[in-house]
Structures are given as C-alpha cells and as structure tokens.
Design a protein around this ligand. Structure first.
Ligand code: HEM
Length: 366
C-alpha cells in the first residue's frame, strides 16, 4: 500500500463469510428483479403480463405502441379561461397559453388496421406549463370504459385473443368473460349505443377515469374531463362507411388540420358525493355542474415518423400540482403498462407508420 503497510491476510473462514455476504446481496438483488417481473408469483398480474397479452392478441409490431398503435402526432396550444382556477391551483387553469403536443389514435394493437367508425378513437395530450411542470392525459371517444379493474382488462384481452382457426375472438370465451364481468356487459351496451361522429375532428374525448382537482386552499374535488369539439358534430355518413380507403379517418384529420386549426373546449365535470370515482364503467348522472376550463387548438401535424410522440409516454399519472389521481385502480395499472409498452418500443427499430403525413402541416391561421 502507499503508506508501506500491508493489509492483514484474511483467514479462509473470513474470506468465505465475505463471499457469502456478497452472494447474499446478489441473490437479494436477483430476487428483487424476479419479484418485480412477476416470476415468483405466476398468478399475479404484472405490467409485463398485461403487455405480453397485448402481444399475444396482436403479434409484436416492433417500434409501435402495444395499444393505440395506429396514430398521428400533432401540435398546438391550450388557452386557459381562468374558470377552473378556483377548483385547481394547476397553472394551466390560469388565463394564458401553453404549448401542447398531442396524438390521435385508434385503440388496438394493430398499427396497420383499416380505419373503422366503430373502433375507439383517442386523443392524448401533453401540456407544458410555464413552471416546467407537465400534464399528460389520454382520452377516448366512448362514454364509459369497458372494465373497472386491471384484472378485468387482462381477462378481456385474454377473451379477445383471435382464434387460430377463424382469426376472430371465440364467441364462447367472450360470453364466459361477459358472464363473469356483468359491469363490462353493461358498459359495452352503453358504448355500442353511442353513435360515432364523422371523424376525429368532431369527436368528444373523455377522461373516463376520475381524478381530483386541488385548489390553493387544499380543497379537493372529484372530477372527470372531456375535450368537446367547438364546431358541430355530425354522424358518420353512409358514404364514409362504404369507402375503401384504409386511412380515411386519419386522411380527413390531416387534410382538415392543413386547412384550418381544429378546436376543442376542455370541459371539467364536477362529481357529487356518491358519484363513483373508482369505477370507469359507470357514467356520472347527467346534469352535473361543468366548467369550461379553456380551449385546445391543434394547428399542425408533427408526423408520426419524425415527430416527438414516439418517445413520449402519455402516462395518465404525469400530473402537475393541483391535479391528483383518484382511487380508480385503473390509473396506476395504466401508468405501469404504458411504461412497459414504452420501454419495449423504445428498444426497437422505428417502423414506418401506416398514416402518411407531410413533414409538418401548418394550419392557415397558425
Ligand atoms: C388497466 C387499464 C388499461 C391498460 C392496461 C391500458 C393499456 C394501454 C397501453 C399499453 C397503451 C400504449 C401506451 C404506450 O405505448 O405509450 C395504451 C394507450 C392508450 N390508452 Fe390505455 N390502457 C388502459 C386503460 C385506459 C383507459 C381507462 C383509458 C381512458 C381514456 C385509456 C386511454 C388510452 C389512450 C388515449 C392511449 C393512447 C396514448 C397515445 O396515443 O400514446 N386507456 N393503453
């Protein structure tokens, strides 16, 4: 050693006990990973098992989201009206403008699926607040979600797996699943009863999960929110249904943004005592008080291939101070599964999107 002293030699017993300590530390670490990965508890639902089941149902499409795989990345801004600032201290609800990155998508794990009116449409948004905080949210165009728990979601994926012979879900397996999940049977009936609008641009997108707004005095209020188109909504026409363009919904969206900015109001619905915050299959009663929190303007296409969305995870638990999760069990499962899906696609080569986009399409007025 530099000071000329020689370290005392360890006896065989001391060496063995040090090695044993190191071995135990390594084993504990390996055990930790095995626990986190669900290998020690084959019956437990883990984020990896959820995402594995998406891959079993859809195949592995390298580089794509495992759900809502077909989509297009867009951008614009949000202008707060100030009307929700008494409910939440989040900066976004003060008056003023913040930049937004968004993604329109179709639910399902098939990135090259043909557009269809009955497929669930989604809008995901990332707001960047002046203080550097972010708010990320993903919304669907359906009135309620089909399942109320992560296990229900997994069971639904298993029941939906296409049969090798027919390429379609086995009706007997689906019936058995619905018999075990009456809440899903009720929710699916409500979803089927809703008429799809003519496209992304005139769809209303719902948070479905409940959250809590917390104001400057610490008062916490249960809420759900929706983006509601500023212009009128029309139903899908027979001509749309009959067309053969596999991308007709996305093509129409991209063409519309090329012509003029698209706008939605962010409408916050305030829950009353007794309104469920832990069950996304149940709609809150009609007539609840709503607040118009501001206007979202989407004025350009970022492009799915070159835009920022591929490396953006619209994790519903990325929330600014003033917005908090509710007791809905779907929220933490979503956050964990999106991270799993993100990690898988981030390690894969980028594949071309089915949706062709100009490099960056600015709206006329932006
Ligand atoms: C346990 C329940 C759920 C699971 C396991 C699940 C799973 C997933 C996964 C794996 C993705 C792909 C994420 C990525 O790679 O970035 C995704 C996307 C998405 N999910 Fe869910 N989801 C669930 C519930 C919900 C609910 C309740 C909503 C409510 C609106 C929702 C809305 C969305 C949206 C909008 C996207 C697309 C985000 C984007 O465009 O990047 N999901 N989901």
């Amino acid at each position: 050693m530099a000071d000329g002293t020689t370290p005392a030699k360890l006896g065989a017993g001391a060496t063995m006990s040090r090695l044993a300590v190191i071995g135990a530390a390594v084993a504990a670490m390996a055990g930790g990973f095995a626990y986190a990965g669900g290998w020690l508890s084959p019956g437990t639902l883990t984020p990896a098992r959820l995402v594995d089941q998406f891959e079993r149902d859809n195949g592995v499409h390298a580089g794509f989201r495992r759900n809502h795989a077909k989509g297009v990345c867009v951008g614009g801004f949000f202008e707060g009206s100030g009307e929700a600032s008494g409910l939440s201290k989040a900066q976004i609800f003060a008056r003023g403008r913040v930049p937004v990155i968004g993604r329109f998508a179709l639910a399902g794990g098939q990135p090259y699926a043909a557009d269809a009116a009955v497929t669930v449409r989604s809008m995901a948004l990332r707001f960047t607040l002046p203080d550097g905080e972010e708010w990320r949210t993903g919304m669907n165009d359906i009135p309620v979600f089909a399942v109320s728990t992560p296990q229900g979601f997994y069971d639904q994926l298993v029941a939906s797996r296409p049969d090798a012979a027919t390429g379609k879900p086995d009706p007997a397996r689906m019936k058995a699943f619905l018999d075990r999940h009456p809440e899903t049977a009720r929710a699916v009936a409500a979803i089927k009863a809703a008429t799809p609008s003519s496209g992304f641009a005139d769809s209303t997108f719902n948070s479905l999960d409940a959250f809590r707004f917390v104001n400057a005095d610490g008062v916490s209020t249960p809420v759900r929110w929706a983006t509601v188109p500023v212009g009128p909504a029309t139903s899908e026409t027979p001509a749309q249904t009959a067309q053969t363009d596999k991308n007709y919904l996305f093509d129409a969206l991209i063409a519309a943004i090329g012509q003029h900015p698209l706008q939605w109001r962010l409408v916050v619905t305030i829950g009353q005592p007794g309104d469920p915050t832990d069950d996304a299959t149940i709609a809150w009663p009609a007539g609840r008080r709503t607040v118009d929190a501001g206007t979202l303007t989407i004025d350009h296409i970022e492009g799915e291939a070159t835009g920022p969305c591929r490396d953006l995870n619209f994790d519903p638990l990325v929330l600014p101070a003033g917005i908090e999760p509710s007791d809905d069990p779907l929220l933490s499962a979503r956050s964990a599964a999106y991270a799993q899906s993100f990690t898988r696609r981030a390690g894969e080569a980028r594949q071309p999107s089915a949706v062709a986009t100009p490099a960056r399409t600015e709206g006329q007025n932006s």
